[in-house]
Design a protein around this ligand. Sequence first.
Ligand code: GLU
Length: 445
Amino acid sequence: MDIDKLMQVLENRNPGEREYLQAVHEVLVSIVGVYNENPHFQTAGIIERLIEPDRILTFKIPWMDDEGVVHTNRGFRVQFNNAIGPYKGGLRFHPSVNQSILKFLGFEQIFKNALTTLPMGGGKGGSDFQPKGKSNTEIMRFCQAFMLELWKIIGPEIDVPAGDIGVGTREIGYLFGMYKKLTNEFTGILTGKGLDWGGSLIRPEATGFGVVYFTKEMLNTRKEKIEGKRVAVSGFGNVAWGAATKLNQLGAKVVTLSGPDGYIYDEEGVSNEKIDFMLELRTSNEDIVEPYAHEFKNAQFIPDKHPWEVKCDIAIPCATENELDIDDANKLVKNGCICVCEGANMPCTPEAVEVLQNNRLLYCPGKAANAGGVATSGLEMTQNAMKLRWPKNEVDHRLHQIMESIHEVCRHHGQLPDGYIDYMRGANIAGFLKVANAMINQGVV
Ligand code: GLU
């Protein structure tokens, strides 16, 4: 495989799709060795088939706000690969959403879902709709308008969307209601549902819990423990909430959280009570963290900055893609950080990853470390299919086991001759082998 040539062709066919090209390049670099050792991958054209989505639906979403003004947004669903199961992946509502971002997320999802051990293919969708500042009725009308197009291409054995940034239980509810109305069917076509109508216990906190279970496994390889560690967390959505809750439970101290307006530094630690306060803030639709520093006097608000400048043992970026760059990585190294575990999807830039790995920090990409969310979505699908609901400890136990097995497979494929574990390489190779072998078994389709 000639990576440069492949990337050149890809760039010509997908001009300007920066995030998507970045995600593909990262995978190609990891798998080039196994790919070249196995000529049957080349014969079956696996790479060319894997990097091209099966299909992308783009659609118009006209909707009316509370004042009667009509708006037109754009919606997408990228069905990337269904070699090992129905397309599966979240919906993101955020003004930054475009085809490149959804293709990058859909591509990552193929590998992430393969690592979970569950039968799920890769997909992603969303809209450039800005939920911030919208009323409840506006959100409902928008979700209904979105589903008026999406329902045609999803189904419990076809494609099962879920939440992501800007899409939580409330939005999943409105989307589900419209699907049910259109088809007259009550089926598990979405995950992240409300607990009373098909949702799974632990699903909202699963991504964050999973990241911490994974961090624990990584630390274990160096005979380190989570207990007593200082942790810098970014974001204050579901992932940050779940991670901070589990970190507190395991005796670590969370010293930061962040929003688009800056970050909070709390030397006393972000206790569960403070996490609840943040959750309240989030529902106010303002999407900012500054009020935390007014409420808890010993905390500081640092405007317009990322938390990677504080002294910490562990960093868990849970906000968004490319939020931790090379300067941040250098600061983390200088301050003695030993582990960076990604809660968000691709939050570290490629240059930052290089710095972390060259300095032999424990580093794991989101596609492995944050797979607990979609894994628990898989468990929600299983419960829906069986028409029953598992208790909390059963779901949590299965999630824990899945994270341990993801760690093991990444370690297996990522261990370098000097003993360092390249989790990026491990995750990409393990995910790739599973999907590529399934594609070969199923012929050229
Ligand atoms: N959006 C989440 C992710 O990035 C969850 C997807 C799902 O549950 O299908 O993995």
